[in-house]
Write a protein that binds this ligand. Structure first.
Ligand SMILES: Nc1ncnc2c1ncn2[C@@H]1O[C@H](COP(=O)(O)OP(=O)(O)OP(=O)(O)O)[C@@H](O)[C@H]1O
Ligand SMILES: [Mg+2]
Length: 270
């Protein structure tokens, strides 16, 4: 379905963020991309969703095709019309609009009124909490609910491929689990998922296949099961090393926290 081949991307003509990345998202599958800070995960997603230019980045080599057709030169709106939708980074939603209004804004690109209504019903099925809060201003939602709204908004155009950049970032373990189950449900509806995560437990639990990005290059790839069992991934992302320190957040030991990638613990939250 989506084929990324030998992709090279740079910013401002200088920073080489991606250096020959190849990746394949088969139809109706979930593909996860793991990697620590600065590995190039967001850059990869921006390139696929045609938002790279907004960040002053440019493709300097390689190709991306979707159902055999090149995505080169398409803008973000055209890409959305092809069925590729990215959930905005940092769960950006319209805080002053209600839940319902946010969803309506997401559905502006939908085929027609009936398609929009069907998508909205599906979003409310997936996220009952959003149905309950439909008249509430989005700024008043919790972080987890805002992430659900951001995903719900992306679903309003009934995409064929949904792209997410670290949906679990900053959320409590219980909510992360919920987001993982929702991604599974979205995929079961027939939507392919390309997911970037630092939370390897969540990502490998949801994905069929996964890739590890390391400073702009794919260092590992395989089935999610294989990667979850691989020593490299366990050491890098699952905290299963003899030398790794137990996860302690604000002085409070947390078993689930110790399963998070080490990078998350030292992540710059600015
Ligand atoms: N707009 C930009 N201008 C210049 N350099 C950038 C820009 N965005 C990212 N970079 C650089 O490109 C490289 C890859 O960044 P990218 O944001 O894709 O990494 P990431 O894997 O998403 O990291 P994180 O986990 O921190 O989100 C980094 O060296 C980063 O500093
Ligand atoms: Mg990123």
């Amino acid at each position: 379905m989506l084929e990324v081949t030998d992709l090279h991307v740079s910013y401002g003509g200088a920073v080489r963020a991606l250096q020959g990345v190849s990746l394949h998202v088969p139809d109706r599958q979930v593909v996860a991309v793991l990697g620590s800070n600065g590995a190039g995960k967001s850059t990869l997603l921006r390139t696929v969703s045609a938002t790279l230019r907004l960040h002053r980045g440019a493709v300097v080599g390689g190709s991306i095709t979707y159902h055999g057709k090149s995505l080169a030169g398409l803008d973000a709106a055209r890409t959305v019309r092809l069925g590729i939708v990215q959930v905005p980074e940092g769960r950006r939603i319209f805080g002053r609009l209600t839940v319902e209004e946010n969803l309506r804004a997401g559905g502006l690109g939908a085929a027609d009124k009936r398609a929009r209504a069907a998508s909205r019903d599906r979003v409310f099925d997936l996220f009952p909490i959003l149905a309950q809060r439909r008249k509430q201003r989005a700024a008043l939602l919790s972080g987890g609910e805002q992430q659900m709204l951001a995903i719900g908004r992306a679903l309003m155009t009934a995409p064929k491929l949904i792209i997410l950049d670290e949906p679990s970032l900053g959320l409590a373990p219980k909510i992360v689990g919920q987001i993982g189950r929702i991604l599974k449900a979205i995929n079961a509806d027939g939507t392919s998922v390309l997911l970037v995560e630092q939370n390897a437990v969540m990502a490998l639990g949801v994905a069929d296949t996964a890739y590890v990005l390391d400073v702009g290059r794919v260092s590992l790839s395989g089935s999610a099961k294989e990667l979850a069992a691989s020593d490299d991934v366990r050491q890098l992302y699952l905290g299963h090393t003899a030398t790794s320190s137990p996860g302690v957040v604000a002085g409070k030991p947390d078993v689930e926290e110790s399963l998070r990638p080490k990078a998350t613990l030292s992540r710059w939250q600015g």
